[in-house]
Design a protein around this ligand. Structure first.
Ligand code: AMP
Ligand code: MG
Length: 316
């Protein structure tokens, strides 16, 4: 299959409206979308990514009115979160409308909904006939794609169209809050921190470490994720012993130890998040054997970076 790269939201939406899948930019990471009413198109997402069938997709909308098409009810907690954080890097889990295909929700009775803030994503979604279900636009298990070239590297020949936009400004996937349970529960950390969520809905629970191992309601979290080919070694500031025989890289907030071949020194946790996945991919292209990743402080977006680093390290 030929993969076209276009900057035209019209061209990209035309593919969606005829039952095809399209990669598109958002502020978190690039998504790989399909019309939620087309099972044939939804199947193509799982095939192109090699995605396990029990890992649900997130429904992307361009207007609050579309929530009614997707969800069957709206608890007060969800109302408040949506009021404060939509459009933005937040996915809210609600009970699903019974018409929603099990291919969107991987058979769950709930559905994840996100309204991206990215202007190109909004323009594109506005031109699609229905909401668009999309996971991240990468081969399953690999780091999420934060620019169109990463999408192209992973999915060329497997999808017909990539909508080209700028590099994703956040660089990590959305924060996910399950509002189908009471009290609501944080399922995945992201750019919207637990602190800011609790400023709006104080009852939100974080997932406990035992729940992380056996997540009852977010099947995707059990899979290996975000892994470059290089081995990941996590380290705290100034605490790492370097094997000089391997081609090493370093990403973190402080200066790398001596003997590092390639380094990304980030000014703050936001820049760390922005650069992380594209740095992993660069390291793979350059044949780096080991990537040392400095753990950022465990607050704000630092919690989300730590979560992704821990998962990447488990997978490597
Ligand atoms: P991705 O966009 O690739 O991060 O994939 C979407 C992720 O959203 C999945 O891996 C799940 O962890 C999460 N998700 C989507 N729908 C639901 C749902 N109904 N309940 C819980 N988690 C969900
Ligand atoms: Mg993903």
């Amino acid at each position: 299959m030929q993969t076209i790269v276009t900057e035209s939201v019209d061209v990209a939406a035309t593919w969606i409206n005829k039952g095809e899948i399209v990669a598109f930019p958002t502020e978190t990471v690039y998504g790989l979308g399909a019309d939620i009413t087309s099972d044939a198109a939804l199947e193509k997402i799982y095939t192109a990514k090699g995605r396990p069938p029990d890992n649900p997709l997130i429904v992307h909308i361009h207007s609050l009115l579309q929530i009614q098409e997707v969800a069957s009810d709206m608890p007060e907690s969800a109302k408040s979160l949506i009021h404060h954080f939509f459009p933005g890097p937040l996915t809210v889990i609600l009970n699903k409308n019974p018409d929603i295909s099990p291919l969107v929700t991987a058979g769950l009775l709930t559905v994840g909904i996100r309204f991206p803030a990215h202007p190109v994503a909004q323009e594109f979604l506005r031109r699609c006939n229905h909401p668009v279900a999309a996971p991240s636009a990468n081969i399953s298990g690999r780091p999420s794609s934060t620019d169109w070239k990463a999408v192209f590297d992973d999915l060329k020949g497997k999808i017909p169209c990539v909508l080209k936009g700028p590099q994703s400004t956040i660089g990590l996937e959305s924060t996910i809050v399950d509002c189908s349970v009471h009290p609501p529960r944080l399922l995945r950390s992201g750019a919207i921190s637990l602190e800011s969520l609790r400023n709006v809905v104080p009852q939100i629970r974080a997932v406990s470490s035992s729940e992380k191992k056996h997540p009852p309601k977010s099947p995707g979290l059990k899979y290996l994720h975000y892994a470059p080919s290089a081995q990941i070694i996590l380290c705290e500031e100034g605490n790492s012993s370097i094997d000089r025989d391997t081609k090493n890289a370093w990403i973190g907030l402080s200066q790398p130890p001596e003997g590092i071949a390639k380094a990304a020194i980030c000014k703050n946790p936001e820049e760390y998040a922005f650069r992380l996945f594209s740095f992993f991919r660069e390291c793979d292209r350059e044949g780096i054997g080991v990537i040392f990743c400095e753990m950022p402080p465990a607050d704000g977006i630092g919690l989300a970076i730590r979560d992704r680093l821990q998962r990447a390290a488990m997978s490597s």
